[in-house]
Design a protein around this ligand. Structure first.
Ligand code: URA
Length: 222
């Protein structure tokens, strides 16, 4: 019914018309502007904070955020770069072609996708899959840091140069980071190639096997 007609009938019946008002933010709402203390958030609040995030301009181009998926208490945590087109559409990490290869890598390592935790450095897709910018990484960093704290993995696998460099705060070439027992904030970390790189350079897939052998040994170390 047209609003003016509705008002006319209500007035005729001496009923005061209701107006819809925007409510001020309620306690517990996620403002998305960085005002929440991310290091203290639990899973539910963290996921809500990410989904409403407007800390950097990437929020304007996203279909949805891509939080992470898997066992929230996984022993192995795999970290990639940023969502691609398919991830942006589905809201899940590694569900495109690179994700299919990651599934095969997990299978080869004797791991099921649902028993590891998978996340990215960035939660929003950079337009045209361009490299993430420093300000975007900086804005998103507390989310991944908190995810790692909540999962408490025995081992972090950084997939690709971008994840490795941002987690380790280094620009050492990936080839030199591979094969080493490294650490992120006191947690064991190993580096391997990104599945999207492997799609372009399948010859290096066998090196991933070596990385997984090291990863197993590190994960088994008390
Ligand atoms: N590449 C990434 O780094 N992450 C994804 O989720 C998909 C592709």
């Amino acid at each position: 019914m047209d609003d003016s007609v509705r008002r006319h009938y209500l007035a005729a019946m001496s009923i005061e018309a209701w107006e819809r008002r925007e409510l001020p933010p309620q306690t517990g709402d996620a403002p998305g502007d960085g005002s929440h203390d991310v290091p203290r958030l639990g899973w539910t609040e963290l996921a809500r904070e990410v989904s409403s995030c407007r800390r950097c301009p990437l929020h304007t181009g996203r279909t949805q955020t891509v939080f992470g998926s898997g066992d929230p208490k996984a022993s192995w945590m795999f970290i990639g770069e940023a969502p691609g087109a398919e991830e942006d559409r589905q809201g899940q990490p590694f569900v495109g072609r690179a994700g299919q290869l990651l599934n095969a890598i997990l299978f080869a390592a004797g791991l099921k996708r649902e028993e590891v935790y998978i996340a990215n450095v960035l939660k929003c897709r950079p337009p045209g899959n361009r490299d993430p910018g420093d300000a975007e990484v900086c804005a998103c960093e507390p989310f991944l840091a908190r995810q790692i704290e909540l999962v408490e993995p025995r081992l972090i696998v950084a997939m690709g140069r971008f994840a490795a460099h941002n987690l380790l705060k280094t620009d050492t070439p990936l080839a030199r980071l591979r094969g080493q027992r490294l650490q992120y904030r006191g947690r064991p970390l190993v580096v391997t190639y990104h599945p999207a790189y492997l799609l372009r350079n399948p010859i290096d897939k066998r090196k991933v096997w070596q990385d997984l052998v090291l990863a197993r040994a590190v994960a088994a170390t008390p």
